[in-house]
Design a protein around this ligand. Sequence first.
Ligand SMILES: NC(=O)c1ccc[n+]([C@@H]2O[C@H](COP(=O)([O-])OP(=O)(O)OC[C@H]3O[C@@H](n4cnc5c(N)ncnc54)[C@H](OP(=O)(O)O)[C@@H]3O)[C@@H](O)[C@H]2O)c1
Length: 214
Amino acid sequence: MWPFNTLCGSTARLEGKTVIITGANSGIGKETARDLYRRGARVILACRNIEKANAAAEDIKRNPFLKVDKQEDNTGDLAIYQLDLSSFESVRECAKSLLAKEPVIHILINNAGIAMYPFEKTVDGNEMQLQTNHLGHFLLTLLLLPRLQLSGFGCRIINVSSCMHWLGNINFDDINLERSYGPWKAYTQSKLANVLFTKELVRQLASKSKKKIG
Ligand SMILES: NC(=O)c1ccc[n+]([C@@H]2O[C@H](COP(=O)([O-])OP(=O)(O)OC[C@H]3O[C@@H](n4cnc5c(N)ncnc54)[C@H](OP(=O)(O)O)[C@@H]3O)[C@@H](O)[C@H]2O)c1
């Protein structure tokens, strides 16, 4: 897709597919939810604020075809789960509910994110941007991975990073940046962590599937 085109040209349909999108009540997450709902998927909005999530779901249901000329009748359905990535307890609770209520999960889109936050620690003691953008998604992904693996061929995990990861470093000696905090430094570190996690996950899953075949 050309970067300045605001529409995805794919005509793929997603009936029968269940998609989870974190931070789906606004921005990129909400527009992704709208597009996948339009294509017939069951779209789960995993959001920290249920009121905002309800408002987003209402808007998506009212306008599923924003900017699309051709209107199909067969939209999917929407569900809302509470998820606060800055709390590992909330991530575990959300995963538990998802695993209890969703027999299949085909696509997980780790989209939620914050940027340029002043220094703050989460209830778990981690720097806020690192936990919200990376650690919370890392935990959610590992908790849901077995269900994704059992949900059929071609399941997907999509981690939304940023081109700004190029400017990031993983500060292993001071991972919470307590000695040298900068909001930009924390953001780019968290977005680099998204990329490194994605690459390592691919490596580990590929080597496991090779072992199974061999
Ligand atoms: N927009 C850009 O230009 C751009 C560029 C590069 C990368 N990205 C990446 O794209 C992703 C989406 O960005 P966006 O621009 O669409 O941002 P956005 O409009 O600000 O949306 C961010 C979403 O994340 C949610 N969120 C924040 N903290 C959360 C938490 N602790 N637990 C659960 N959800 C939380 C927000 O919920 P609330 O509404 O409750 O705050 C909101 O739904 C991010 O990962 C961002 O780093 C964006």
